[in-house]
Design a protein around this ligand. Sequence first.
Ligand SMILES: [Zn+2]
Length: 316
Amino acid sequence: MPPGRRTKSWIRADHTSCAARQSEARVAQGGAVDAPYAKLDQLEPGIARVLAHNPSAFTYYGTQTYLVGTNRLAVIDPGPDLAEHLDALKQAIGGRQVVAIMCTHTHRDHSPAARPLAERTGAPVIGCAPLALETVGPRADAAFDGDYAADRVLSDGESLDVDGEAIVAVATPGHTSNHLCFAYRGALFSGDHVMGWSTTVVVPPDGDMAAYMASLDKLRQRDEGVYYPAHGPAIDNPHQYVRHLMGHRMQREKQILRLVGEKPRDIPDIVANAYPGLDPRLVIAAGGSVYAHLLDLERRGLVERQEERWTAVKAS
Ligand SMILES: [Zn+2]
């Protein structure tokens, strides 16, 4: 981390105890939003942020687009194709050259502004691979962006020079199969793989729990000192935070195994028992997450299903 790095206090996550549990509770809050939409917010030298006006039960206050570099810029996660957001980005960019528009993945709250911003700035779209699925399950607000096209796809470990500094792609499948994080000068732009306000939605068929856990473990072995997620506050204790996220998922897995060990259960039954008091808007997403766990457990030979019901495989 460069000397003097500071994350602004209002965007700093509160990680005093188990952040993952706290943030899961925050998911349910929704409600009023008071955030600096369409304004450039300088987080540290060379890293600034513009918040898009697309708040929801899945996006928190909205998508955070990052401007990286000082004289020449990369734009990370340009966000939804909203005129107000594109105008704010154009104003924030000013007369500076944009060398790349980079997307972590192609959910509709991340990548649709890439093409119009490319047209306005002349910059290439460089980053994750395209991925066109009809649906991403219960996240109706975040279906895949089938119009996304990259001028250059970055593989794991490939980098791009921006203003004399490298931005390195870190492949992190799980939330989606095409998800990339971007490492830059001791910081990591973590997209939706690690978010500052909520646990990540992992929903089959594209979302994969085993891949997500492996991608968390991959980050745990890296040494970035701060994460800038696409949604929610900056994470300035990422190792601890990632360990909490992994522990949280392992607890959830244990809980599901226990429930299907008691008797055969369908997914709504598991959700009702595993997520008491859940915001009704998130019941379907929780079902997707339980399904992702069950598929992972099935691959490992620990559960089996009969039609809609799942049951633990008894050790013989
Ligand atoms: Zn996403």
